[in-house]
Design a protein around this ligand. Structure first.
Ligand code: 13P
Length: 251
């Protein structure tokens, strides 16, 4: 049985005091519940250290939203795997569509980041997904296949045990348009079969594939009840404790 994992991607939201307030609220809500899933929060870099302290006695895990593939050196403005590990991160989101689109990250760059994260003991949440025009042109599977094959190039079967894949159709991100459970499940099945072909049936069966794109408390339960949807990567709805909690309780 795969465990479900709900991760909140805060994106570029919440300064330090706002971050602390949100996690304190979340701690109170989570404390009263027995959960069926793992919970990860991915705040901005500037809040990681303080939040690590706040979640120390809870089951909440910490993730960063990005990192660079080099270990150290003259890379102004970048953050290394060691740096995010040193402030308590276990996870790192890589290949998010906003990084691909706005910051022009390529599959090759994402592949280097994934390899570096794994070699340092971080668990990548590797994002893939098609744009609206690609879905309309019926090339969703080609796009997702390309992103996965290139992103995972050279990654061993053993390392695959530490990767989460997040399927996030770009047209569903921040738009309020969610993929229907059936549309999402179809791509999740495709991804799982592809992992089976690239690695093994055992790896395919075990890998956690999250869905992301306008996940809200009122649609989470149905999405998460699909056989191949193993969790959610939540944007907007994770910025308020009660709506993030609503999604977590939908598992
Ligand atoms: P929204 O939930 O705001 O659509 O964002 C999804 C996302 O990009 C998570 O990484």
């Amino acid at each position: 049985m795969r465990k479900k994992i709900i991760a909140g991607n805060w994106k570029m939201n919440k300064n330090l005091s706002e971050s602390i307030a949100l996690v304190e609220e979340l701690n109170i809500l989570l404390n009263k519940q027995s959960l069926n899933c793992e919970v990860i929060v991915c705040p901005p870099f500037t809040s990681l250290l303080s939040l690590a302290e706040k979640i120390k006695k809870t089951d909440i895990k910490l993730g960063a939203q990005n990192m660079y593939f080099e270990s150290d050196g003259a890379f102004t403005g970048e953050i290394s795997a060691d740096m995010i590990l040193s402030v308590g991160c276990e996870y790192v989101i890589l290949g998010h569509s906003e990084r691909r689109e706005i910051f022009k990250e390529t599959d090759e760059l994402i592949n280097k980041k994934i390899k570096q994260a794994l070699s340092k003991g971080l668990k990548p949440i590797f994002c893939v997904g098609e744009k609206l025009e690609q879905r309309e042109a019926n090339i969703t599977e080609d796009i997702v296949r390309g992103q996965i094959e290139k992103g995972l190039e050279g990654i061993s079967e053993n390392d695959m045990k530490n990767i989460i894949i997040a399927y996030e159709p770009v047209w569903a991100i921040g738009t309020g348009k969610t993929a229907t459970p059936a549309q999402a499940e179809e791509v999740h099945v495709f991804i799982r079969n592809l992992i089976g072909k690239l690695y093994s049936t055992a790896i395919a069966e075990d890998i956690v594939i999250q869905y992301g794109g306008s996940v809200k408390p009122d649609n989470a339960k149905e999405l998460l009840s699909q056989k191949n949807i193993d969790g959610a990567l939540v944007g907007g709805a994770c910025l308020k404790a009660d709506s993030f909690m609503g999604i977590i309780l939908g598992v």
